[in-house]
Design a protein around this ligand. Structure first.
Ligand SMILES: [Ca+2]
Ligand SMILES: [Ca+2]
Ligand SMILES: [Ca+2]
Length: 268
């Protein structure tokens, strides 16, 4: 028995010898720490998700944030993107531009700069598309995008229509964008990513008894079953299951929450 204990002890010692340098290495690598200075920096921006009850995929996709030295003072400024109230609840929110005060604090200059956004925002990107030395701001939105030209005096001008970058011809769900000079002519070009088709034509209704819920669903990239599940969960919440009652074209489904009876769901 003593021999076995000696062997085990020797093995443990050998193992620790092997492990010890790794732990030290990890400790060395983890010396960098971050401190949350949001309040101290004066950044009061709060993202409003926009959901009413269970969120739809649109409300899960934001928000974007992008940084640039928009006024050329050598200090990086921050732009936050916000969503909007799409349910008529009277909730007023907007995007926010925070100017770097060079002392660890920031000031909200959105109103002065004129860059609140014009719709349900998703992403943003800075880029000096006209090479005047001041970065301009492009915001992707659900619906029409917005391009703000930097006037160089702390203010911006909405030049979306003039620039032709509203993007409605490519759909509504503009998820993100990037500036890149793809043809190397010295002028930045703009690439905008559009997510699934999601517009008024793809609004669906879920009717269960006297309860009718409008849901926003998608016509591309989603299976019909997923749409049904979205419908069911909007009506009954999570833990809802569904099964087909009639052929899919009749769109009658039976749904139920766990432990409850099956109920008929008509999907239009
Ligand atoms: Ca700055
Ligand atoms: Ca510019
Ligand atoms: Ca170019």
């Amino acid at each position: 028995m003593k021999a076995i204990r000696r062997i085990v002890a020797a093995c443990l010692a050998a193992s620790l010898a092997c492990v010890a340098p790794s732990l030290a290495q990890v400790q060395t690598q983890s010396q960098v720490r971050f401190t949350d200075v949001t309040d101290k920096a004066g950044i009061k921006f709060k993202h409003f998700k926009g959901n009413k009850g269970m969120s739809i995929n649109l409300e899960e996709f934001g928000p974007g944030v992008c940084v640039a030295d928009f006024d050329g003072d050598g200090w990086t400024d921050i732009y936050f993107v916000n969503s909007r109230d799409r349910y008529g609840r009277g909730i007023n929110v907007r995007n926010a531009l925070y100017h770097n005060n060079r002392d660890g604090t920031f000031t909200d200059v959105t109103d002065k700069a004129g860059v609140p956004g014009t719709g349900f925002g998703l992403g943003c990107v800075w880029g000096d598309y006209d090479n005047d030395g001041f970065p301009d701001l492009f915001v992707t939105q659900f619906g029409k995008n917005v391009l703000y030209h930097n006037n160089g005096d702390g203010t911006f001008t909405d030049v979306t229509d003039k620039a032709g970058v509203g993007g409605l011809e490519t759909g509504m769900f503009h998820a993100g964008a990037t500036f890149v000079d793809y043809d190397r002519d010295g002028k930045l070009d703009l690439y905008v990513g559009t997510y699934v088709s999601m517009n008024n034509d793809s609004q669906r209704y879920c009717k269960i008894g006297a309860m009718t819920r409008l849901i926003l669903t998608t016509t591309v990239g989603r299976t019909f079953l997923l749409q049904i599940m979205e419908c069911a969960r909007f009506c009954f919440g999570i833990n809802t299951t569904a099964r087909l009652k009639t052929p899919p074209e009749l769109r009658e489904w039976l749904i139920r929450r766990r432990g409850s009876r099956w109920r008929r769901c008509v999907f239009r």
